[in-house]
Design a protein around this ligand. Sequence first.
Ligand SMILES: [Zn+2]
Length: 203
Amino acid sequence: MASPFVKKLPLLLLVLSLALSLEAFGADRAKAKTTTCTGCLQRKSGKKAPCHPANYVDPKIKGKYTAALRDMKRFGVEPKITSAWRSTDKQAALYRCSNSQKCRSRNPGLYYAKPPGTSAHEAGLAVDISGVAAGPRGAKRITPKGHKIIRIMEKNGFAWRYGLKDPAHFEANPKAAGYRNLHQAIKKTQTKCSVNLSAKAKR
Ligand SMILES: [Zn+2]
């Protein structure tokens, strides 16, 4: 003889499966509301769009970066920032270009790009400033303006890491910014968006 519980079992199962599917529906809706951010690019009407503004730097170095820009102004230097954070997709494209003679000759400003997943630009911990050096490749010299920029950037915690090999590049130490290593910093910047395009689209 079936117990009352067994008799009610099909009904219970039905209620349970309904609850689960409702929850899954809710989760899907919640997902649609928040930003999906892979390689720090989010989908906007089928297209990939960056999820940090141009010239974005990690909030942990923002204060020092702003201080450096202020110092430059005080010393009469108007810095031209040519690159700050990059999505991993962008880094991959630059890396491909830097490995192609043809692409490099079309982009003389491109010196050297690290493989995707390894650049401090992907962490928002690096900035490129043009005008630090002048002259033909292989015989570059630091410009007077460049000397000032290097001094000011170093004073504010940005290393002129590759010297004349990549004169535009300045980079903050991930550990000084509170990260275990560069990899952790890249992961954070590439997965947490500071711009929510789906929220913007609703306005
Ligand atoms: Zn750089």
